[in-house]
Write a protein that binds this ligand. Structure first.
Ligand code: AMP
Ligand code: MG
Length: 413
């Protein structure tokens, strides 16, 4: 099978990734989850017209000539239900969030008044009816869908769920993900230091990528390049919804992962993708699970996760937004490229008056994990490109952490 274009590989993966079932969870645990039910409001909010300001409730028609002195006939606090009916020429002191008394149709802010004799106030400005009043149901209306199934529970959405008293909420389940590293040369995090070994980075970098999506994966550890050991650990991994195996997936004589998976009944759908790093990525399914074979080189493993695994996990969690946000940036230096593969260059982002600037993070060898550790994003060099020049614009796919920046970016005037 010839290598697939990335979009075709993504298409195959997503065909096999469907949203999981629903589960009921506590609201306190719901941040970042995806709603499996429409949420309707169980109340009008505010429940009645309330004041948007600390000030005086008035009848707008009484303010045709200002300033005007008025008797203050009541003092209304938030949470109180006033029994008075405001008569012509009268006003009531009112606090933010307090119920507008019958008869009143506007609020004058305290800053636009002057206290005079006791129980009297001077109103300095006139107002249109409705001024500084929040109408009943302006925020939420009884029976109305306020959050639709499929939406992500952001902090704001979580606040709405609390307002409509959803102490428990139906959300999409999260996939159970297992991670396995393979290779005789690998040294585990807690193994004795051996200068001749290669420390296992992939288990942990992949773990972190999965965690960043809101899923706690299971680490299965390291399998040696031994068919029997590999078989046992792969079989264990296949009991999960998604198994990620790194290393041992290319065409070396000790690369046993793919044949062993096939012997275990996994149907492989592709095993090479036209992208660099990440060329040897492969994907297979069983009746109940999915397995991604990721390249051993740490950068390649992480980049293939971003392109192939993350969209699948997001879909399984019920998200509609599957892909990382992209933005255009101009290169600060030239980038050589050989036509034939889509390439993901690790970059840091800066900014000038014209927009974002992208600078490669040093050596782009797929074994140099620091290139990824320092990156804000992955700059996309298209298949056909013969190289990019300094100043050329390219698409950058943002990585985790890039929702924050060093400067506020807000121009107040
Ligand atoms: P492989 O895909 O098994 O041929 O491995 C390719 C390269 O990635 C080799 O240099 C491996 O030592 C390295 N590698 C494989 N697995 C890991 C891992 N879990 N952590 C760090 N490096 C790895
Ligand atoms: Mg290997």
């Amino acid at each position: 099978m010839s290598p697939l274009a990335l979009k075709d590989a993504q298409h195959i993966v997503l065909q096999h990734a469907v949203a999981l079932g629903a589960e009921s969870i506590d609201l306190l645990q719901a941040l970042g989850r995806v709603l499996a039910q429409d949420i309707r409001s169980n109340r009008d909010h505010p429940p009645y017209a309330v004041s948007a300001m600390d000030g005086y409730a008035v009848r707008a028609a009484d303010l045709s000539a200002v300033p005007v002195q008025m008797p203050v006939v009541a003092d209304i606090k938030a949470g109180e239900l006033p029994s008075i009916i405001l008569g012509a020429g009268q006003c009531a002191r009112i606090m933010t969030g307090a119920k507008i008394p019958d008869g009143a149709d506007a609020v004058i802010r305290v800053e636009d008044t002057q206290a005079s004799a006791s129980h009297r106030v001077q109103i300095n400005v006139s107002a249109q009816a409705g001024k500084d009043i929040r109408q009943r149901g302006e925020n939420l209306r009884t029976g109305e869908i306020v959050l639709a199934a499929g939406s992500e529970i952001t902090p704001g959405a979580l606040g709405i769920l609390a307002m409509v008293k959803c102490a428990r909420v139906q959300v999409r389940q999260r996939p159970r993900v297992a991670i396995l590293s393979s290779g005789d040369e690998l040294e585990g995090l807690h193994d004795a230091f051996d200068a001749n070994k290669i420390p296992d980075a992939n288990s942990y970098a992949l773990m972190a990528q999965v965690q960043a999506l809101g899923i706690q994966p299971t680490l299965l550890g390291i399998a040696r390049d031994d068919p029997a050991e590999l078989r046992g650990m792969l079989a264990l991994g296949l009991q999960h919804d998604v198994l990620l195996v790194s290393g041992g997936t290319s065409v070396g004589v000790h690369d046993f992962v793919r044949p062993t998976l096939e012997a275990l009944g996994v149907q492989m759908h592709f095993w090479r993708v036209q992208m660099r790093p990440g060329h040897p990525a492969a994907f297979g399914t069983t009746a109940s699970g999915k397995v991604f074979c990721l390249p051993g080189n740490p950068v390649a493993s992480m980049v293939s996760f971003e392109q192939l695994v993350a969209p699948a996990l997001r879909r399984m969690m019920g998200h509609a937004r599957l892909y990382r946000r992209t933005l255009p940036a101009r290169l600060t230096q030239s980038l050589p490229h050989r036509a034939g593969n889509l390439e993901f260059v690790r970059v840091v982002l800066g900014r000038d008056e014209q927009g974002y600037l992208a600078t490669p993070t040093g050596s782009q060898s797929s074994g140099v994990l620091l290139s990824m550790a320092r990156a804000d994003g992955l700059l996309v060099v298209p298949n056909k490109s013969e190289g990019l020049a300094a100043g050329d614009s390219a698409t950058v796919q943002l990585l985790d952490g890039t929702a924050f920046q060093e400067y506020s970016g807000i121009e107040e005037q």
